[in-house]
Design a protein around this ligand. Sequence first.
Ligand SMILES: Cc1ncc(COP(=O)(O)O)c(C=O)c1O
Length: 394
Amino acid sequence: MLEKLFPAAPDPILSLSCTFKKDPRPQKMDLGIGVYKDHLGHTPIMKAVKLAQEELALRETSKVYLGLGGNEGFNHAITELLLKGTAAESRSATIQTPGGTGALRLIGELISLAKPNGCIWMSAPSYVNHKPIMEAAGLKVQFYPYFNEKTMQVDVNPMLSALSKASKNDIVLLHGCCHNPTGADLRLSHWEGITELAQKKGFIPFVDIAYQGLGKGLENDAQGVRLLANSLDEIFIATSYSKNFGLYRERVGAAIVVGKNIKEAENAKGCISQLARTTYTMPPNHGAAIVETILSSSSLKKQWHDELNEMRERIFCLRHLLTQALAFRFNDERFHFIQDHTGMFSMLGLSPFQVEALKAQFGIYLLGDSRINIAGLTEDSIDYFADAIKILVK
Ligand SMILES: Cc1ncc(COP(=O)(O)O)c(C=O)c1O
């Protein structure tokens, strides 16, 4: 039987990391995989996480199964983090999932269940895994224009005009903040335009928010999703704690359903629980227990806020330094957009040939669409990177 299987295509992000590890050049740079790195190029465990782990080790007395919803204390805490102050909080239901990926897949399957052969619209471009996940969940995928390659910003008019064709049978996937891969985020006025369209056309927004706190701050990054949740009867949210708590391998995420009323939201949660039951039964607890411990202790929460702010400010500072380094070499402002983008990523607008040359000639690894992880730069490596760009870009 096994000989009938086709070889699996390598994952575009994870396989790049493997090639990077094998590269013997000392000056090599990994700007591919989306993880936060400090000034030493290291992805540290946050102090708040270390302290919460110590507390958990003392407090935990059993590893017995939890319910299908996972860690309900975590569910409560992260719903508050995301929807605090909205009326929608009282008509929402949350289920813990293995990472943001688990939430995307389970919500995709829930939509498939409710709307067999349903269609989901996503931005062009979008997170590389969005399309395969939604197709695997049984949904048809359609793209709306999002990024203007001349201004390197959101192309809001073509986006809204494409979405005006979406109907009440459609779902529209949006990035809550820190758009992956472009780095170009929706402004509040754009969210208002999308909300109005959703009210008029009846499509249901599905917000993927994997970087809350790493864009413009915890509150600011949630303003789009809060506006939608408050204004509309139904929305879906997939959220991840891989990046803002640095819990990547612990697989911590959640699926949130906002319904017309709490009964419908809870019913949807029940359906998602059943989908999880036939896949992995319940999510791993350790990472979720860490998040819950941090969010329910004022001192740990403050420690986490401080560290998250430090990460965000460091990314902002790296953006500024890179913009300056490129402006100095090109003697113009063509790369100024890097400073205006938010979050870990920026798409640089390089050709596949230039991306390949960065790898082959300089040992600089980035995704094929020229997305770079800004947090993969260090203060010391910016000049090397800017020199390489100057050599390759005319
Ligand atoms: C936009 C977006 N959504 C979801 C995810 C998945 O996150 P997780 O590692 O928690 O599954 C990522 C990870 O890079 C992402 O960038």
